[in-house]
Design a protein around this ligand. Structure first.
Ligand SMILES: [Mg+2]
Length: 197
């Protein structure tokens, strides 16, 4: 079956951006337990506790965003995406304010941004589908790239092809992705191969 690539969707943290965002530390600060997923953990709290936890989370996210760096391969990758007239976007469980701060500080255009305020967060495919709707592309013509299970699950369940970026942080994971890469720069080769199908 031929593949008509129209858009590339990215997870933000650990993929396009590297920052001191320490999720296990935030989980311990919020819940005293690093095994609780942050968004779901806050959602499960009584309303009066949610506000305080969300405030702490936002503060930690903005601190990390202020110190974030863009992956060195992003420049070349985004130029390639543009040269092929493809669309792009990010799907993140991070907040919109942090994304905007990073985009502004580094003058980078991430394309469509779906943050956790915008759609049901990954692994729910709703966030990926929301990006596809805005970009006016069919999910089967899209690739979702991420470094965590939720990215691959969300992409797969939305109907996208998926690429897992293997990092030291999540090296132990074995997601059911269509391709695996060791650095963002390797993505161009994968996409060019798929475009030739
Ligand atoms: Mg990530």
């Amino acid at each position: 079956m031929s593949f008509n690539l129209k858009a590339v969707l990215f997870d933000l943290d650990g993929v396009l951006v590297h920052s001191p965002l320490d999720l296990p530390a935030i989980k311990r600060e919020l819940f005293g337990d690093a095994s609780v997923f942050i968004i779901e953990g806050i959602e499960a709290l009584p309303p009066h506790e949610r506000e305080e936890k969300n405030r702490i989370l936002l503060q930690r996210e903005l601190e990390a965003a202020a110190d974030a760096n863009i992956d060195p391969d992003v420049d070349e990758l985004f130029s390639w995406i543009e040269s092929r007239s493809l669309k792009k976007g990010i799907i993140t469980r991070n907040c919109r304010e942090a994304v905007n701060l990073i985009a502004g500080n580094h003058c980078v255009d991430f394309g469509v941004i779906i943050a956790r305020e915008d759609a049901p967060p990954k692994p729910d495919p709703g966030s990926v589908l929301a990006a596809c709707r805005i970009l006016e592309v069919d999910p089967v013509d899209c690739v979702m790239v991420g470094d965590y299970l939720f990215d691959i699950e969300a992409g797969k369940n939305a109907g996208c092809r998926t690429v897992f970026l293997e990092t030291d942080k999540f090296k132990h994971l074995e997601p059911d992705a269509d391709a695996k890469i060791g650095s963002l720069g390797e993505l161009i080769d994968v996409l060019e191969r798929w475009m030739e199908e």
